[in-house]
Design a protein around this ligand. Structure first.
Ligand code: NDP
Length: 495
């Protein structure tokens, strides 16, 4: 099937939907957030606490909150869920202000829950006409249910100005992402669609862009002439945590690399945008992904690695073998640790590997991008010591910047010592979903994944997933609590 995005410039022009008669006037915000899947796990654990922080910080004035689910819930059950999810934000301190807390209490008191089967014709469309707009419609639903709901909505009129918020996974292949994009394009213009990637919090994105594009020294050497490799690592000690129903089909590759890590890579590798306008930024992100592939040829055994954890110990907790976790089907061959080398075929990056790695049940949490610079062309004879490469670490939690350099330390003048220059970077005190929702409610798609980009991310990893499925790349193992197999490309050495 042909991509929805093949025909020229992006944004509103790619949509079959009518143009946004409803565009918000400058500074105007979304009036009502409707959460579909209000009884689900994502809503309770991540969305509602994020909304609460945003409101309690005073950054979502006048918002109305509506929940909808398949089951009938008495009003009190919804109120109880809000009370539980809002507890942190209602406590004074942190980002919460007295006015914000008062506002949050008022939002909760006015909030309603509705039983809606969104896969039944006419139900959601009719309901939306009763809600004060403009509305952001958050699809916190199983992917197949979201797809069906959107297909039904595409035959009805959506209220003017509606924004659609789509969760990951966005499709399960290039083709299914194209199909979903084609359906969404019948509903609203592209810049009214927020495909959520909560790793693209404002602070992470702006920290990388500020570092790269506001420092002549860095941007000057940000290319194949000076950079040996870039590693983007999200290792976590968390294990399956009862999420087999989702994770045993996704694995580390689909869960992390296909979405979050490719997005971070694109921001690390993109060309400088002229402005921070969504169109400039997202077009440059799309361009760099279009130039990206896993490996430099068909040899995916050389450029990709996968492994699965066996029994072990993490912080004194005994962790069972992944295959013994409840709900896991060995026939799925799921990897819990994955690493791929992506190459960007353009003048800036030709030949430089971007090594993306993520896994569970590891002995150390590690969330960072590491840029390793090439060695100096000649180290004057006579220097002794480390002779290690210059490395720049961008930490994603906490948000930090560390530059590893070799210098003449305090001892022998001829001996080089390793030093680290460290700084803390800005981090938004909102939870990741608070940052995402701030973008949605201010109708700014800057931090949302554009449709063509979602398709590109599947195209980049599909040959890898096919090779893994065909067992062309061995599935290794590692004990839970270890640092993973020790022969992989990503350095386990953090310095
Ligand atoms: P859950 O299974 O916990 O919740 C699904 C929700 O969808 C329930 O509220 C359910 O309502 C509702 N629902 C199902 N069918 C219908 C229908 N026909 N009409 C109306 N509502 C319906 O899923 P999650 O919360 O875990 O996930 C939701 C989405 O978020 C998925 O796309 C997932 O991939 C994504 N996601 C989830 C994360 C997580 O940590 N949970 C993390 C990142 C993304 P009812 O209970 O009444 O049947």
């Amino acid at each position: 099937m042909k991509s929805t995005f093949d025909s020229g410039p992006q944004s509103t022009s790619t949509s079959d939907a009518e143009s946004p008669a409803s565009a918000l006037s400058p500074g105007e915000r979304i009036k009502t957030l409707v959460i579909l899947g209000a009884s689900g796990d994502l809503t309770g654990r991540l969305l509602l606490p994020g909304v609460a922080k945003l409101i309690a910080s005073g950054r979502a004035p006048g918002l109305k909150l509506v929940g909808a689910g398949n089951d009938a819930w008495p009003a009190q059950q919804w109120q109880d869920r809000l009370t539980e999810s809002f507890a942190d934000a209602l406590a004074p301190g942190g980002v919460s202000t007295a006015d914000g807390i008062a506002e949050l209490k008022s939002v909760q008191a006015d909030s309603t829950y509705h039983q809606l089967d969104v896969t039944a014709k006419g139900v959601l469309g009719t309901f939306l006409k009763t809600v004060e707009g403009p509305v952001a419609l958050y699809f916190a639903l199983p992917p197949a249910v979201s797809q069906k709901a959107c297909e039904i909505l595409s035959t009805e009129d959506l209220p003017a100005g509606t924004r659609l918020v789509m969760e990951k996974p966005f499709g399960s292949s290039t083709e299914s992402a194209q199909d979903l994009n084609a359906t969404l394009a019948k509903l609203v213009p592209e810049d009214h669609i927020h495909r959520v990637d909560h790793f693209l919090g404002k602070s992470t994105v702006l920290n990388i862009m500020g570092l790269r594009f506001a420092n002549r020294l860095l941007e000057h050497s940000w290319n194949r002439d000076h950079i040996e490799k870039v590693e983007i690592v999200f290792d976590e000690p968390l294990t399956l945590e009862n999420r087999a129903r989702y994770y045993d089909h996704a694995g580390a590759g689909r869960d992390m690399i296909q979405s979050h890590l490719l997005q971070i890579m694109a921001i690390m590798a993109m060309e400088p945008p002229a402005t921070l306008d969504e169109e400039d930024v997202r077009s440059n992100i799309a361009a760099v992904l279009r130039a990206s592939n896993v490996g430099e040829g068909a040899d995916l055994e050389r450029y990709t690695r996968r492994a699965r954890y066996t029994a072990g110990t993490i912080a004194d907790r005994a962790v069972p073998n992944y295959l013994d976790e409840e709900g896991v089907d060995p026939a799925n061959g799921t990897e819990t640790l994955a690493e791929v080398e992506v190459f960007v075929s353009n003048w800036r990056w030709a030949g430089v590997p971007f090594i993306l790695r993520s896994g569970k049940a590891l002995g150390r949490a590690r969330k960072e991008a590491v840029v390793t610079f090439k060695p100096v062309p000649h180290l004057p004879l006579g220097f002794k010591g480390t002779d290690s490469p210059t490395r720049l670490h961008i930490g994603f939690g906490p948000e930090t910047l560390t530059l590893d350099l070799d210098v003449n330390g305090p001892g022998d003048l001829f001996t080089l010592d390793r030093v680290q220059l460290q700084a803390s970077l800005a981090s938004d005190p909102l939870l990741p979903y608070g940052e995402v929702l701030d973008g949605v409610l201010s109708a700014d798609p800057l931090l949302s994944v554009r449709g063509d980009t979602a398709e590109e991310c599947w195209r980049i990893v599909e040959p890898t997933f096919a090779a893994w499925k065909a067992n062309e790349v061995p599935l290794e193992d590692y004990p839970a609590g270890s640092l993973g197999p020790d022969n992989w490309s990503t350095s386990n050495d953090e310095s």
